[in-house]
Design a protein around this ligand. Structure first.
Ligand code: TYD
Ligand code: MG
Length: 454
């Protein structure tokens, strides 16, 4: 029986239900409904029936607005993803898997900004002061004038931020913050939403930029940052594969700038190093590229990045063949396999298929289709692509190869790194590069199989 005022909130999608169920009717997640008490936020009054609203002061689109000022943190890769620095009074959510390096990045950002005279606070609800300080010392940041505190009580944090004036405040993490105005447990949707709401309000009112850390978890045990994405001005995600040192900072929402920029970092002994020119970072230059490898000339944000796709097609030992993919979308892999099978006669249905994007980068461009297909075909046919060849092109379900965006920049960067050929869409013009243009995927596969690269 539901108590008075109790609702059941899905910890995965945030939908509210009046009755408990084993599966959330909204997002189909299992065991994600948790009972939470509905309370009105402190200070909020019951809506009065007689009160009338004020008239709005409408404005034209053409009236001039000065560009928002920016706080430059001095960590250029971070500033770039934020759209050229952090906007005062804005709220930024930094999401990522536990252990990916969110705390490390933000400590570095805070320290760097503080050294430039920005008043910075770092509030941790997860680690003890000694731990944060120890990390700062290891990273050579101990002298930066960052104000440290460990606290999880939202009331105390808000009070301190009102009293002491800061320009930039890091809250690590939003899931540990807890407001005594709500009965729900810390980390629940109600608490995470309430804490975010209060902190965003404070950010706007006092002109403080607030950066919230949000852990992303696959299970619904703590509320995912998804439920607060709409409340903040910018959402950044910090990604990286286990076992690789590279970390990518990506903007997925930004009210003050474009979201197509990425920042590239390398995790080392002294924290995260910035990688200003990542174009050759994800290339394996140690030896000859064997059968199953194809170099994709990609674009990440505004910068070209060359990255190696590695495929292995092997006889399957079991009835159901394995499909494993790292760094690329598994749905996209299934699509490319289906097109290879039905339009190119390359039968992979009873074989294990492994596809790996080297270096731990996650590629999401459709332009990578042809590179993935080339790597798969190269492995299946046991024919290596030329060492000096890059690949790009989108594959349609009919098996056609489509042109992609910014083909000149892709080729220019490849030429700069010593590549001499392109396997790509028809009608390319590539300056010094030799073009192997194809209109259909089948042509590309025939070329790889017959090793026609005159
Ligand atoms: P952390 O910032 O604590 O991750 P998050 O806040 O996202 O949970 O980073 C944890 C990992 O980073 C940990 O596995 C160790 C590694 N690390 C380094 O390799 N070098 C360093 O200088 C630091 C500070 C951390
Ligand atoms: Mg952390």
């Amino acid at each position: 029986m539901a108590r008075d005022g109790a609702v059941y909130v899905c910890q995965s999608c945030g939908a509210t239900q009046t009755k408990w169920a084993g599966q959330c009717p909204a997002c189909n997640a299992w065991n994600s409904l948790v009972e939470e008490l509905q309370t009105r936020p402190p200070g909020a009054l019951a809506p009065s029936r007689s009160a009338r609203g004020r008239g709005l002061a409408f404005q034209g689109l053409d009236e001039s607005t000065p560009a928002p000022p920016r706080i430059s943190t001095g960590v250029d890769e971070f500033d770039r993803v934020c759209g050229g620095g952090v906007v005062p009074g804005s709220a930024i959510l930094l999401g990522g898997d536990p252990g990916v390096g969110k705390s490390t990045l933000l400590l570095q950002v805070a320290a760097s900004a503080a050294r430039r005279g920005v008043r910075c606070a770092y509030i941790s609800g997860e680690e003890a002061i000694e731990q944060v300080r120890g990390r700062a010392q290891r990273m050579g940041l101990a002298d930066a004038p960052v104000r440290l505190a460990t606290e999880t009580s939202l009331r105390d944090i808000l009070e301190s931020l009102k009293r002491e004036k800061f320009d930039l405040v890091v809250i690590d993490s939003i899931q540990t913050m807890w407001s005594d105005a709500h009965e729900a447990a810390p980390g629940s949707v109600t608490q995470v939403r309430a804490a975010t709401g209060e902190l965003v309000r404070l950010a706007k009112k006092h002109g403080v930029a607030v950066i919230l850390v949000g852990h992303v978890t696959k299970e619904g045990t703590i509320a995912g940052p998804r439920v607060i994405e709409h409340m903040v001005d910018a959402v950044l995600s910090f990604e990286g594969e286990r076992g690789y040192p590279f970390r990518i900072l990506r903007g997925t929402k930004n009210r003050f700038g474009a979201t197509d920029e990425i920042g590239v970092f390398e995790m080392g002994d002294a924290g995260l190093g910035e990688v200003t020119n990542p174009s050759a970072l994800f290339l394996d230059t140690s030896g000859e590229r064997a059968a199953g490898a194809a170099v994709f000339a990609g674009i990440e944000g505004s910068r070209p990045v060359l990255v190696e796709f590695q495929a292995l097609v092997a006889p399957s030992a079991y009835g159901t063949p394995r499909r494993a993919v790292v760094g690329w979308d598994s749905g996209r892999l299934a699509m490319v396999l289906a097109v290879l099978e039905s339009r190119c006669g390359l039968s992979l249905g009873n074989r294990d298929v492994y596809l790996n994007v080297a270096g731990g980068l996650r590629v999401s461009e459709p332009a990578a289709d042809l590179a993935a297909a080339a790597a798969l075909a190269s492995s299946a046919l046991d024919e290596a692509l030329p060492q000096d060849c890059v690949v790009f092109g989108e594959i349609s379900l009919s098996g056609d190869i489509r042109p992609v965006s910014r083909m000149e920049s892709r080729m220019k960067e490849a030429a700069k790194l010593g590549f001499k050929r392109v396997l790509g869409p028809q009608d390319l013009e590539g300056g010094s590069m030799k073009i192997h243009g194809v209109t259909r995927l089948a042509d590309a596969i025939a070329r790889i199989g017959e090793s026609r690269w005159e």
